[in-house]
Design a protein around this ligand. Sequence first.
Ligand code: P6P
Length: 334
Amino acid sequence: MNDQLALPVGTTLDRFIMRKQEDFPYATGELSQLLRDIALATKIVNREINRAGLLGVTGTFGQQNIQGEEQQKLDVIANIRFIRALRNGGEVCAIISEEEDHIIQTGNARGKYIVAMDPLDGSSNIDVNVAIGTIFSIYRRVSEGGDGTLEDCLQNGTKQVAAGYIIYGSSTMLVYTTGCGVNGFTYEPSLGEFFLSHPNIRTPKKGKLYSCNEGNINSFPDGIKAYISYCKEQNYSGRYIGSLVADFHRNLLKGGVYIYPPTATSPNGKLRLVYECNALALIVEQAGGKASDGSERILDKTPTELHQRCPLVIGSPDMVDKVEEFMKAELVAV
Ligand code: P6P
């Protein structure tokens, strides 16, 4: 990576994308344009979220998504906005979305990229004004042209060319990586611009925060139960917002670990490999952290279904290692 191109805080996202494209001599600008398309959709969704209470678009939409989860009105709005921006941008041939049963074909037959996204994660928190987020992964298609294929969409996480999330919180931030570190941009709505606010994010090797829903502890694997007891012995703090992007973002910056293990209601974990775990795993590894399912590296898992779930342990590397240590000890004890 060309360090003298280290751009100052306050650089706009547009300028950052353009200057970083220069790091890739053969770049032809499509990925840069795709990142701009995502940023555009983010600005629109951000406005909808901020006005939701006034526009009466909080609450449920009256339908369920493929996961059997009540679709919130803003889930549907965000899904439509991102799909429209990606379709109109022309760079994406197909989209996988948490809100859609099947692969969405954009009609961009020559589009080189696939986007996998959770357009609005944690949306049940909207009505109580808790931070929510968008998660996305970008892959280069493996098929030659035309509609995106299942093979295009079920690629191993190491094939991601970019990944990011947006957190709609006290401020709206876009955090992403193209494989050369992680950078965070804060949105200034009065100017309609994202500005570089968190250059080259590195996550602490360890922290004192652990995030999990302890209401499920009775059905956690013994190794996870043992790790949570260890956290209490170490006087760590439990911090669980119930919004993955918000919990992940705090732990990324301050150090900590987020755990969604197998439970009685979600025997394979609750979170989705293709459009939640893979993106956050790439980001955390690029920031010096780790992500596993409790034993296997998330990015080494090859998806077999669009909406498959997997357990997630993600955050500071020493803490993820510790969880895996307790999980291994459980296997030995059995
Ligand atoms: P639980 C939101 O529905 C979500 O997908 C994540 O954002 C969040 O971390 C998790 O589920 C919360 O799940 O079972 O603890 O309510």
